[in-house]
Design a protein around this ligand. Structure first.
Ligand SMILES: C[S@@+](CC[C@H](N)C(=O)[O-])C[C@H]1O[C@@H](n2cnc3c(N)ncnc32)[C@H](O)[C@@H]1O
Length: 287
């Protein structure tokens, strides 16, 4: 596991050891957090309090799910999904009729995933094994026809974590197996310091305001989520934050090559309307 706290959902929001995690929240989100003071409680987006918030916000994002499911159809054998979260991708992957292992680090996310699995027919549920684990350091003692890492989650790992990820992926790919991952194409991210503010209406009726902050040249952006509108009668207010690495896809491709994973496909995903532009990468173990 990477020792960078920004990559570890169990250690709370990213901040230097001993530092106030609130100080790591930049921009307008940081100012609002300071204004709320003790009335707000800060969490990592994937911890026990953050997991239901992520789950509500993540929704189904049908575009990426559709692309990944379609790309997986050209693979065969058992599938390993990394950083499965609360199952946004896991559930559609199960419709492929393949055996699926879903690996996830955060207990709060695993709890939601298992709850969702309990609600599906046994024939489908029984094809899915949920494994608590770290995508940068895992040993499952078997191989898979495909390994998938969606939601651009590779950017949650630092360079050491990514090197560990590639090593583990190589070890777990069956001959001819494919590694499919999505990543943010950072060349389209914009310039100068930006703070995007987005209101999110979730399918379950909850509403959130999401602040995404990035300073030009910084190696990470910060996403911070507040309930919206703020209800001062419901204290403390749960505020969730996460740090996401920012690096060019070309760097990712170079890292994959260095790790002995040859890129066989690179495809831009259709724009979703946000300022992000994602790409789907498919790699195989070099001959
Ligand atoms: C952006 S969410 C994606 C979740 C899910 N795949 C989806 O599409 O909604 C990132 C997930 O990665 C998990 N995660 C973060 N670091 C991890 C690690 N080192 N190993 C495994 N999971 C990790 C988080 O707990 C979270 O569930």
């Amino acid at each position: 596991m990477s020792t960078d706290p920004s990559t570890d959902p169990s250690t709370g929001p990213s901040a230097a050891p001993g530092a106030d995690p609130r100080a790591a929240v930049p921009g307008r989100a940081g100012a609002l957090l300071a204004e709320l003071g003790d009335r707000a409680e800060l969490h990592d987006l994937y911890d026990e309090a953050g997991a239901p918030v992520y789950h509500a916000i993540a929704g189904s994002s049908p575009l990426e799910v559709r692309e990944l499911v379609a790309a997986l159809r050209s693979t065969s054998g058992a599938v390993l999904e990394l950083a499965a979260g609360s199952g946004r991708l896991t559930m559609p992957l199960l419709t492929l009729g393949r055996e699926l292992t879903a690996l996830e680090l955060a207990p709060g996310m695993i709890r939601i995933l298992e709850e969702r699995l309990r609600a599906v027919p046994a024939a489908r549920r029984d094809r899915c094994t949920v494994v608590p684990g770290d995508m940068s350091s895992f040993e499952l003692g078997r191989e898979f026809g495909a390994i998938v890492l969606g939601a651009t989650s590779v950017s949650l790992l630092d360079a050491t974590g990514r090197a560990g990820l590639y090593r583990c992926v190589r070890r777990h790919l069956a001959p001819g197996g494919k590694f499919l991952l999505t990543a943010v194409d950072v060349t389209d991210f914009g310039s100068a310091t930006t703070e995007q503010v987005m209101d999110v209406d979730c399918a379950d009726g909850t509403r959130f305001r999401m602040y995404e902050h990035w300073t030009e040249g910084a190696d990470a952006r910060t996403v911070t989520v507040f309930p919206h509108p703020l209800d001062m009668a419901e204290l403390p207010i749960t505020v969730c934050t996460t740090r996401i690495g920012v690096f060019p896809v070309a760097q990712l491709e170079a890292e994959l090559a260095l790790a002995g994973l040859v890129l066989t496909q690179r495809r831009s995903l259709p724009a979703t309307g946000s300022h992000h532009h994602d790409v789907l990468l498919v790699a195989e173990v070099a001959a």
